[in-house]
Design a protein around this ligand. Sequence first.
Ligand code: B12
Ligand code: SF4
Length: 560
Amino acid sequence: MRQPIPLPILQSPADDQRDTSRPIMLVGFQHQGNLGLGYLTSVLRKYGYSVHVVDIEQTADEILATALELKPLLIGFSLIFQFFIERYAELLRGLRLSGIDCHFTMGGHFPSLSYQHTLELVPELDSVVRFEGEMTLVELADAISTGKDWHDIQGIAYRRDGQVMATPARALLEDLDQLPYPERNYEPEAVLGRSIMPILASRGCARTCSFCSIHTFYRAAPGRIVRTRKPAEVVREMRRLHEDRGVTIFLFQDDDFPLFGAVWRRWAREFVAELHRNDLPGKVIWKINCRADAVDRELFIAMRDAGLYLVYMGLESGSEQGLETLHKQINVEQNIRAVEILKSIGLMFEYGFMLLDPSSTFASVRENLSFLRTILADGCLPVTFCRMLPYDGTPIKDELVRTGRLRGDFCNPDYDFLDPRLHEFYEGLRTVVDVMGWVHGYQGLTTQLNWAWHEVATMQRLFPALPGMSRYENTLRGITKRSNDLLLQVVEDLSYVFSDGRENRWDPDQVQKAREGFIAELLKARDGFVYRHQTILLAALERDGFPITNQQPEPVALSA
Ligand code: B12
Ligand code: SF4
């Protein structure tokens, strides 16, 4: 038995009564680094447990082999994407059938908000940990390791005599700076040899978009909804990762980076000042997620000069009706203005966009296409869009239930459009355009173009000036613009096929060939450029003395 390191706020009631002799196994989606599992691991370790994290992308046999070898005290499964529930159910079934008899628990958004369904869909689970799981998991492990009854622990759900029981929700962590840094025991991903790590400056979101479960998640538990870390603490973590692990690219995964309103604007200014005090601008760059109404020219110039290189905004719709349905509390003009400001100060942006939502009409689809044409007119970025999906825990799902329009199941939630022809339109679109191959898949054109633009932003900020860069940018812009024009035209034409009965002039093979042509052009331009400059790129990496990680600047196919 090891004595825990005392933590003032994270005091676990069973501090002197735990048996940490058996390890804990955590299973989750590790792509891009999983901060949830990282925090759970570091807190468990702080209390003396040894923790083994396994990627859900491993085969079931590999996961089973790890469980057989470790003989863990408990296995915690992290389900952050609702549509993976069946995959988890199958995995747990297999583990039980193979004799793994330890406690199985699960956490994440869907299990927290829909614990009854989770326990029904995954009968092998002994419990569900609801909301922020750090302290609940420690208490669960403490109780199980010492043979105590765990059913009274705050923040869990379980089955008893065929009934689902839930204990009162545990309060959200008040002071995030009391948490140890998340465990990051994995090889970071990289852009051109520059390592990337996810990081958090805050948790929670004050907004109430109807398609999002985050605000429900943070409002369903007692405590302050949005908690920011101290700027100095965030920068200290960045500096440590930079110095110890050579991390130069930070992805802030905050739901809504603290920027909006006087208090958070002060927070952002203090963060910028802290980065300068630590001499990090020029050495590290960072990306944030924010809303369009938080984009302020002066503040974003200061942030750009302190290393901000990429701004992800959930623009979501180019129609006022769509924005209202999605409860964005923003208008189209504000979306366009935010894009204009970012372009005018040379900041790259990415955006989330829903071509279709439950209020869609053919007119709103065309408004959305026109909006995309406006913001992407200069070929700055590829077209991206999806169809809104009604996740559990979202107000829009409740509304669809109320109006009898919800369809599908937990893995594939769906809904009826007000105009049934829109459903046919979307199916027609998927027949003519391989949407996965064009917009969404890892090898899709949009993904590849985004990646190429991301590399450009990285080269401009973290490498010496490269001759021919503006010519390369023009080439990329040309490919992006031509492919955008084609895709938007196809979508618009198809909308008329289904609304007005016009004849379809697009053949799927022809669209596919065009897409392949754009990808081939892109690869040639990108690989040629990187190949021509690889001596400079490699010299810069060597000069900085950082490990040259998995994505070296070689003329290989792009991958995201
Ligand atoms: C980073 C991120 C990603 C990364 C994933 C990185 C990773 N490996 O974790 C990337 C970019 C790859 C990604 C992709 C997608 N994402 Co995403 N993503 C996020 C984001 C912004 C942050 C996650 C995070 O780090 N949170 C911070 C940590 C500290 O919190 P946490 O994960 O919730 O964990 C805490 C608790 O939930 C709990 N907990 C979690 N797991 C466990 C397990 C146990 C055992 C216990 C006890 C507790 C516990 O304790 C943790 C610590 O307090 C979230 C939004 C969010 N706020 O969570 C969306 C989110 C998870 N993503 C979402 C979606 C929809 C997607 C995509 C489908 C988007 C798309 N259209 O392609 C894809 C799916 C990818 C796939 N595999 O198919 C949705 C999921 C909705 C849902 N109900 O399913 C979210 C909630 C965003 C949203 N607004 O709706 N995403
Ligand atoms: S979509 Fe973004 S801004 Fe809206 S509630 Fe969710 S996290 Fe907050």
